[in-house]
Design a protein around this ligand. Structure first.
Ligand SMILES: [Ca+2]
Ligand SMILES: [Ca+2]
Length: 475
């Protein structure tokens, strides 16, 4: 009976807390950490199964970064990357996309794409390396002689784990007509087997072309079985597209939606796929790396495509509908806070990592640029707006396997209740020793059974006032 009453009370507390949490995040509710500084124009960052961030820098270096210790391991500097011409102009060239084999432990292959040659004859190739734990070696060319240029080189790679094929985005190499030419590999999303051959189920026989009519797509991600791509618009109409096999995406006739008179006819004739979001009717953001977010660490970002922007130096959060085939809302974060943003990756516990591109010749590099920055919500312990101050803190959020709480030194013999997202009481924690203000929750409920990972609340009542912390338990 008493237990029921407590649970009812806790449910009420939970509802009140939920109401206060159901709001949009503002800038001040995040905390930021420089994971690494003084990079030279990173292009790709991805979270590997080895819990390291793999990254490329445009001049040709591939590295492996431990985001916890911040130790970085340089694996190779590829010697035939062509980036800067004789005048020192990097254009949009260099080493760009990178992807790891999905079964990396058994197949330690690293796939890259980069420009080679010279200013008057710039080409793009896709090369596979082998990782031996210390370095990358044994380059194998999977595809070369793709036309490159000063700009519009595309160059994002993505492997579909479901069928082990690789998608490659290519730009129009500043020759707009190539995008509608099915005999050209430019202005396309290409698809290949991991040995470099053409998949038998590609839309056109013996062709890598998977979709066409693209300008300069530089972001790819698969989520819910759908392939999403970001694409730079010319002066307007950056796009977020869902890529379908064998379809035309309109460039150079169509920018963004099929909404202008000359576009409408072309879209009808060529069965053009419209973007699910055309962000910029006024001017471009310059959209680049994208990733799919669906973690409750940042509830406001759940089921969203996160899009990094170079020119407008911000993160776009494009909230998807349940089916993932429409954008419900577009929100802007971190505008002008870090400069140009090139790429993004997400850790399994829901933290966001972004790479700046301020040293690419178009930015305004600050001291210690370029950087990879970790972004996560501020823990309640850092948030004193409710007068919580130092009353109740959590040492690490997300909490991995166990949670460690610290209460104010003056508070003795306190109780903390651990409550799940449904408001169900899971555990009463008592501070048994009067001089101890630290307590560890071992992730067990009151019956001694491990609780599943997820979102929990720690609630402490002092003089009829509740102090609470929302945290994630990860196993
Ligand atoms: Ca388009
Ligand atoms: Ca249009």
């Amino acid at each position: 009976m008493v237990q029921k009453k407590i649970i009812k009370q806790i449910n009420l507390i939970f509802i009140i807390m939920t109401l206060s949490f159901c709001k949009n995040y503002s800038q001040s509710e995040f905390e930021f950490r420089d994971v690494i500084t003084n990079l030279d124009t990173p292009w790709e960052i991805l979270w590997g199964e080895d819990n390291h961030i793999w990254l490329t820098e445009r001049f040709g270096r591939i590295s492996r970064l431990n985001p916890q210790t911040t130790e970085i391991q340089h694996l190779i500097t590829i010697n035939d990357v062509f980036m800067k011409d004789e005048n020192g102009d990097p254009g949009e060239r260099g080493l760009m996309g990178l992807v790891l084999h999905p079964n990396f432990t058994d197949s330690p292959y690293v796939y890259t794409v980069y420009t080679y040659g010279n200013r008057n004859n710039t080409k793009i190739k896709i090369v596979r390396f082998i990782f031996d734990g210390n370095q990358l070696h044994s380059p194998k060319i999977l595809l070369d002689n793709i036309k490159g240029a000063w700009n519009h080189n595309g160059a994002r790679l993505l492997i579909d784990k479901s069928d082990l094929t690789m998608y490659i985005s290519t730009g129009d190499a500043a020759e707009t007509a190539l995008s509608q030419n099915l005999n050209s590999l430019n202005g396309k999303i290409l698809r290949m087997n991991l040995d470099g051959t053409v998949p038998k189920d590609n839309p056109f026989p013996n062709s890598y072309v998977y979709s066409w009519g693209h300008r300069n797509p530089q972001g790819l991600v698969i989520a819910g079985g759908k392939l999403y791509s970001s694409e730079h618009g010319p002066n307007t109409d950056d796009e977020l597209n869902i890529i379908y096999k064998g379809r035309n995406y309109g460039w150079p006739t169509v920018n963004g939606y099929c909404d202008k008179p000359q576009e409408i006819q072309f879209c009808k004739d060529s069965n053009v796929v419209e973007p699910i979001l055309s962000m910029t009717p006024q001017r471009t953001y310059a959209v680049c790396g994208i990733d799919y977010y669906n973690h409750n660490l940042i509830p406001d970002f759940e089921n969203s495509i996160l899009i990094t922007c170079l020119k407008d130096a911000k993160l776009v959060v494009a909230k998807l509908n349940e089916m993932g085939d429409a954008v419900l809302e577009e929100k802007i974060y971190f505008e002008r806070q870090f400069g140009r943003l090139r790429d993004i990756c997400i850790s399994p516990d829901g933290r966001i990592f972004i790479a700046t591109s301020n040293r690419d010749g178009r930015g305004d590099p600050k001291k210690n640029d370029d950087r990879i920055i970790e972004i996560k919500p501020k823990t309640s312990s850092n948030n004193s707006k409710n007068g919580q101050g130092n009353m109740l803190k959590i040492k690490s959020n997300p909490a991995i396997n166990y949670a460690q709480f610290i209460i104010h030194n003056n508070l003795l013999n306190q109780m903390i209740k651990i409550v799940d997202v449904n408001g169900t009481l899971k555990r009463n924690l008592s501070f048994k020793e009067s001089n101890v203000n630290e307590f560890i929750w071992d992730g067990l409920d009151n019956e001694g059974i491990p609780v599943p990972q997820g979102l929990y609340f720690a609630i402490m009542n002092v003089n009829d006032k509740n102090y609470s912390i929302k945290f994630i338990l990860i196993r």
